[in-house]
Design a protein around this ligand. Structure first.
Ligand SMILES: [Zn+2]
Length: 280
């Protein structure tokens, strides 16, 4: 006798998105989604704005979203085109949850950015099962957005984090990331800027209004003098907190460099630990 059970999956859904079917894709989860189509569209060729003339395609697109239960999840949606009444050009409509020409959601991009704090691009790529190039493209796209320009001026927060994230060599090395730490379980990216100096820190903070900056009570940074200076200048009412996480990282680095300094000479005169280790 067979029994059945209904399993409910709770996921956060971006505004304006409707989730339909669910299915497994390999070791991951796929959610079929649709969104409210705009009433009018602007033609990307002749720039004419006209009411949406919808052309449905029989093609489904699959893009990466956040992990669910430690496994990747995906949005699946049907591609919809608009045909321009002026010039006849057809263009694919970009859903509100992603940018053009990428295969992931905006919130996956944000997740990649916060994952880069304290990790290398290669580690993040491996953990998420994506290419290291994909990680860098995400950072590049967010930097190209202007990074700091999109902070909603009505938003409030009292605790910020400022960290450097490192990219591979040949990709201009470093970026500075400003995060909202008001709700520790939900770290959100506020701004990203190129470099890891005081100017990069200032660029991030200048994306906030003076009122928003005055309302900040605590800022968490690593021990970078540049970030401390930037926060001291632009966050007039905020106290600096050197994170346990950041301090641990620093201690780790110190321990690591000590180890590097000491293993050389000692290994020359001592047998290696593995060779001398004998179980009693
Ligand atoms: Zn047109």
């Amino acid at each position: 006798m067979a029994t059945t059970a209904t399993v409910e999956i709770q996921i956060a859904v971006p505004d304006g998105i409707t989730v339909g079917e669910y299915e497994r894709i390999g070791a991951g989860h796929a959610f079929h989604v649709s969104w409210e189509l705009p009433e009018r569209c602007r033609c990307e060729t002749c720039r004419r704005e006209s009411p949406l003339q919808r052309v449905d395609k029989d093609k489904f697109l699959v893009i990466r979203d956040l992990d669910l239960w430690g496994q990747p999840s995906f949005f699946v949606y049907q591609e919809v085109y608009h045909r321009c009444r002026g010039c006849g050009h057809r263009q694919s409509l970009i859903p509100p949850f992603k940018r053009r020409d990428v295969k992931c959601t905006f919130r996956f991009e944000q997740y990649v950015l916060t994952s880069l704090i304290g990790s290398t691009a290669a580690d993040v790529a491996e953990r998420l099962g994506i290419a290291a190039e994909a990680v860098e493209r995400i950072v590049k796209n967010v930097l190209a957005d202007g990074g700091a320009t999109a902070v909603d001026p009505t938003r409030t927060f009292d605790r910020l984090g400022m960290d450097e994230i490192s990219l591979r060599k040949g990709h201009k090395g470093y970026a500075t990331i400003l995060t909202d730490l008001s709700a520790p379980s939900k770290v959100e990216v506020l701004a990203v800027s190129q470099g890891r100096d005081k100017a990069a820190g200032n660029a991030c903070l200048n994306g906030l209004s003076p009122e928003q900056r005055s309302a900040v009570k605590f800022h968490h940074t690593d021990m970078s003098a540049a970030f401390l200076k930037s926060c001291a200048t632009l966050l007039p009412n905020s106290q600096s907190v050197i994170d346990r996480f950041h301090v641990a990282k620093k201690l780790g680095e110190v321990a690591d460099s000590l180890r590097k300094k000491t293993t050389g000479p000692t290994s020359a005169v001592c047998p290696s630990p593995t060779a001398s280790a004998s179980a009693p």
